[in-house]
Design a protein around this ligand. Structure first.
Ligand SMILES: [Zn+2]
Ligand SMILES: [Zn+2]
Length: 379
């Protein structure tokens, strides 16, 4: 058959339509959507989840999936904490303590995710479940006695925290003699104040009273299908403020209690950390315009969570009672001037910055003074 010019064009078109999309399709990279929380002076902010499960205990995913999904959602560090005492898949997947870490290790390296070796010590409640992270070896924690497992974790220099304190009810999540003994020996250093969709106010209160580190984790068992972390839809996670972004850096920060828990629309933490964090998140501009009675200023929210403010010294009109500053956005605010000789100040309650159960952070937005008008130079 003679190949005419038209036939050549048709053949070429066919090849291009068939082959090029296939090439482009196969070349699609994995996409990560970053989480933007500000750093604090001297510290880098890492988004972490220290509690999740895989098929090596009662989870329903292979360990590499945990790396892929958390990387995609913008996290920086994870710990897979498979149960030591509970392996319902063992007829298909033989018990291998710590194997989930080994399986996920290469994927963590290729995705530049910090992976921490961990396990969940899973005894009846009370005393409840405890995570041990920064382990060297899970096997020494396989002991008949609960306290021996916690002791073995501490002998490896692990950071140990009490999980989901009231998941079987407050009456079973009480602080008992066994907890006091562990606390006195400094054998656990933190508590989950949030686990998945649950917040534990008693755990929050104990962290404040007993000076324990606050943590928030997913305890996820199923695949997480989220493609990104948004203010409205994200994992429960712990923001850790590190001197260096390494597992050792995270451990130092956890022991120093430099954490904020991001749970639903709440940021939960100690006042001494939430206050500088708020100040790092919010930037107030100089007035755009200014009259005798009011000025317009821009309020920038530099963080990944919406911030909800309740002004306490502004007239309700024209401002709404609650000001929601959307994540990574700028809001325009009209600030009344009551005394022109003083700088503009808006006092607020930060409704979603929780410094204690039912206790919100009080904040002040200060409007920077505009530069003094330049004096005209005389001749
Ligand atoms: Zn548990
Ligand atoms: Zn768990």
């Amino acid at each position: 058959m003679k190949i005419t010019v038209m036939n050549r064009i048709r053949i070429l078109t066919f090849v291009l339509m068939g082959v090029f999309p296939a090439i482009c399709w196969s070349a699609q990279p994995e996409i990560r959507r970053d989480i933007h929380f500000p750093n604090l002076p001297g510290y880098k902010t890492l988004a972490c989840d220290f509690h999740m499960h895989t098929v090596f205990s009662d989870g329903n995913v292979w360990p590499i999936v945990r790396v892929n999904e958390t990387w995609r959602q913008g996290l920086n560090a994870i710990a897979i904490a498979d149960h030591i005492e509970y392996q319902p898949h063992k007829s298909d997947i033989p018990i291998q303590y710590g194997r989930s870490y080994e399986v996920a290790e290469n994927a963590a390296r290729s995705h530049n995710m910090l992976l921490i070796r961990a396990a969940e010590i899973t005894r009846d409640t009370p005393p409840g479940h405890f995570n041990a992270i920064f382990l060297n070896d899970v096997k020494p924690l396989v002991t008949p006695e609960f306290t021996d497992a916690i002791k073995a974790a501490n002998e490896q220099g692990a950071f140990v925290f009490w999980n989901h304190q009231a998941w079987k009810g407050e009456e079973k999540g009480q602080w008992l003699d066994v907890h006091q003994m562990l606390f006195d020996k400094k054998w656990f250093q933190g508590m989950e104040v949030a686990n998945g969709d649950e917040y534990f106010p008693t755990a929050h209160q104990w962290c404040l009273e007993k000076n324990l580190t606050m943590l928030g984790n997913t305890d996820i068992h199923e695949p997480d299908l989220r493609k990104e972390s948004t203010s409205q839809d994200h994992r429960t996670m712990t923001l850790v403020f590190v001197k260096e972004a390494t597992p050792a850096g995270i451990k130092e920060a956890l022991l120093a209690k430099r954490t904020i828990v991001w749970f639903k629309d709440q940021l939960i933490g100690r006042e001494e950390l939430l206050r500088p964090f708020f100040d790092a998140c919010i930037k107030v501009s100089k007035p755009n315009t200014r009259s005798k009675t009011s000025m317009y200023v821009e309020v920038r929210n530099n963080c990944h969570a919406d911030i909800c403010l309740e002004p306490t010294n502004l007239p309700p009109v024209p401002q709404p009672r609650l000001l929601v500053l959307p994540a990574n956005s700028t809001a325009l605010l009209r600030v009344p001037i009551t005394d022109a000789s003083k700088p503009g100040v808006v006092t607020c309650v930060a409704r979603n910055f929780l410094i204690g159960p039912d206790k919100c952070l009080q904040v002040t937005l200060k409007v920077p003074n505009p530069p003094a008008p330049e004096k005209k130079k005389g001749k």
